[in-house]
Ligand binder design. Structure first.
Ligand SMILES: [Zn+2]
Ligand SMILES: [Zn+2]
Length: 94
């Protein structure tokens, strides 16, 4: 396994203790989690300031009231998204 933290200074492979371990250390997990929180923060800030955003899937412009990164149409088509989200959350657990 290679640490999922791109800024990891170790740059070495590690043997995960659990099958879903993505980071070589608690420190890396913390850094990566903080980064995700910051990304979400800036995304929310962009939404609030009325910045133009586009659907990640079909590139149509998003309403500023849509806090998702994809449009309602794509959200509907994306029926497996809830399941993927849950799996993603489990995988993100440190
Ligand atoms: Zn690391
Ligand atoms: Zn779309």
């Amino acid at each position: 396994m290679i640490c999922a933290n791109k800024e990891c200074v170790r740059e070495k492979e590690f043997s995960p203790k659990t099958h879903n371990q993505k980071y070589c250390s608690d420190e890396c997990c913390r850094i990566a989690t903080n980064k995700k929180i910051m990304e979400k923060y800036y995304e929310k800030k962009a939404i609030r300031s009325g910045q133009k955003r586009h659907c990640k899937k079909c590139n149509s412009s998003l309403s500023r009231y849509n806090t998702s990164s994809i449009c309602a149409k794509c959200e509907k088509n994306n029926s497996s998204s809830d399941r993927d989200k849950i799996i993603g959350m489990i995988n993100d657990a440190c």
